[in-house]
Design a protein around this ligand. Structure first.
Ligand code: TMP
Ligand code: MG
Length: 211
């Protein structure tokens, strides 16, 4: 069991608007991979378990107010504080399924009006994903899903802007899945993309996010 002898793990990121189904799909993908005997872990950003993560969580719950650039840098710091562990896990053969990453950082802050280049700068040097899967859901659809509206950014007009910025970030590592399909159909596509990625990246070196 495990793939540590045959190569490194893959860094697979799921992105999408709030309530696009990322968290459920990450969990399903993870149990599928584990069932296949693959060494894998589920991660998420923000990681609310650290002290930086607690500041972020309070901000999202509207329990604190922070300047737009300050919260942007905290989200980034929250990824940086996990960078060393992330690299160690990947090199040790563990595949990481990550719910949100730097693309959320850029898309959400840019939707507030911050410059794209300014938003990208603090992300440079984090580990580059092998695959980014964007779950494409209309904000109106997402808003119909349970629990919507509880946190700061969960407003349709704002999510529309976030979606536009996400689209400008698409590059060669991106695959888009129609998130309005049935859960099983999305799951099926995800499995195939993930399995291919895990195999393909075995011989490829880890790189850093360059942008
Ligand atoms: P979550 O619902 O996936 O826990 O994410 C919380 C919110 O934080 C979500 O609206 C997206 C936003 N976000 C950013 O604004 N910047 C970031 O870097 C990340 C990871 C999330
Ligand atoms: Mg949320």
């Amino acid at each position: 069991k495990g793939s540590s002898k045959s190569g490194r793990g893959a860094l697979i990121v799921l992105e999408g608007l709030d309530r696009s189904g990322k968290s459920s799909q990450c969990a399903r993908l993870l149990s599928y991979l584990e069932g296949k005997g693959c060494q894998a872990e589920g991660w998420r950003f923000p990681d609310r378990g650290t002290s930086v993560g607690q500041m972020i969580s309070a901000y999202l719950a509207n329990e604190s107010q922070l300047d737009d650039r300050t919260i942007h840098l905290l989200f980034s710091a929250n990824r940086w504080e996990k960078r060393a562990l992330m690299e160690r896990k990947l090199l040790g053969g563990t595949t990481l399924i990550v719910d949100r990453y730097s693309y959320s950082g850029v898309a959400f802050s840019a939707a507030k009006g911050l410059g794209i280049e300014w938003c990208k700068a603090p992300e440079v040097g984090l580990v580059a994903p092998d695959l980014v899967i964007y779950l494409d859901v209309q904000p109106e659809k997402a808003a119909e899903r349970g629990g919507y509206g509880g946190e700061r950014y969960e407003r349709i007009e704002f999510q529309n802007k976030v979606g536009e910025h996400y689209h400008s970030l698409h590059d060669s590592t991106w695959k888009v899945i129609d998130g309005s399909l049935a859960m099983e159909a999305v799951e099926e596509q995800l499995r195939e993309l993930a399995m291919n990625c895990i195999q393909e990246c075995q011989g490829r070196q880890l790189t850093n996010l360059a942008w």
